[in-house]
Write a protein that binds this ligand. Structure first.
Ligand code: NAD
Length: 291
């Protein structure tokens, strides 16, 4: 293997220790304990495990979390009422609605109900608009976590060609925006690939920095990567594996074995982008409590 592993778990632990120290300081100096309100609808196993991990991370950082769990049968009105409840709770500084929501519930309507000053996921139109025009806002957690990883690992982005695979509102579009903005971890020339892209490999082979958020395992293999590139694998896929206690293993969107022979730096799955995403949620919740 040629590539160095970009260890998201280690970077996240360093950042979380710093956040915990700042939480303790905020409590001691201003008597404020940052609080995260979490809404989970239904029993999607992946969503349950994400919410559990986020709540544990909150507790570890000295933050409070308030959990609202609704059944799969909850109506859109009930979910929006839960959001309103958290909007009005002074102990809750940030709100997280775990996506995806069950079919029949309009995710945009629910997200739009979150008070922008509590939108620590950075998903509301107000936050997205502020980000686009460079105003102060909560940056969305996964894209912000990716930029933090690049910066903390000393990867130069300015003047480089970054190629993003994926154009979703939660990963592809915002990470492309952050990579292109004139700021630390940005100033790159950015190409966004998606399902309408013809000859994906022709683009990925040009990437100094390749961000893969396609949601399919093996989307990128070794021969699609420029030698020496930095490869960030955002994908989280459950691959059936009877030899594992849970019956599955996690894999990213990148074929780690072949790509790690060609890249200079690569994130693993698990232990790459995931821990950074949760860390940026804590970071935004702390900022919301301070505000
Ligand atoms: P999504 O399904 O909303 O979007 C996937 C995007 O990839 C689409 O825009 C599509 O056009 C593009 N795409 C799919 N196949 C492609 C192909 N073969 N060639 C080019 N483009 C292709 O997914 P998402 O919500 O953006 O998430 C992407 C992945 O990242 C998923 O595996 C998800 O689980 C994971 N994810 C991880 C974290 C984390 O913290 N680690 C956070 C969010 C999402």
């Amino acid at each position: 293997m040629g590539a160095t592993i970009l260890d998201g778990k280690k970077l996240a632990a360093e950042m979380r220790a710093d956040i915990a120290a700042q939480v303790a300081k905020l409590k001691a100096e201003r008597g404020i304990t940052p609080g995260l309100g979490v809404i989970l609808v239904g029993m999607n196993p992946a969503s349950i495990s994400y919410v559990t991990a986020k709540e544990k991370a909150c507790a570890d950082a000295g933050m409070l979390s308030r959990d609202i769990r609704l059944p799969e049968s909850a109506t859109q009105g009930e979910v929006i009422a839960a959001v309103s409840d958290l909007n009005g709770d002074p102990a809750v500084h940030g709100i997280l609605v775990q996506l995806p929501l069950p079919k029949g519930i309009d995710e945009s309507a629910v997200i739009n109900a979150i008070a922008p000053e509590k939108d620590v996921d950075g998903f509301t139109p107000v936050n997205v608009g502020r980000m686009m025009i460079g105003e102060r806002c909560y940056l969305p957690c996964t894209p912000h976590g990716i930029i933090q990883m690049l910066v903390r690992a000393g990867v130069v982005t300015s003047g480089k060609h970054a190629v993003v695979i994926g154009r979703s509102n939660i990963v592809g579009k915002p990470v492309a925006h952050l990579l292109m903005r004139k700021a630390e971890g940005g100033n790159a020339t950015v190409t966004v690939c998606h399902t309408g892209t013809r000859d994906l490999a022709a683009f990925t082979r040009q990437a100094d920095i390749l961000i893969v958020a396609a949601g399919h395992p093996q989307t990128v293999t070794g021969e699609m990567v420029k030698p020496g590139a930095t490869v960030i694998d955002v994908g989280v896929n459950r691959i059936p594996d009877p030899s594992r206690p849970k019956g599955y293993r996690l894999a990213g969107d990148v074929d780690f074995d072949s790509v790690s022979q060609v890249a200079s730096l690569i994130t693993p799955v698990p232990g790459g982008v995931g821990p950074m995403t949760i860390t940026m949620l804590l970071y935004n919740t702390l900022a919301a409590a301070r505000a």
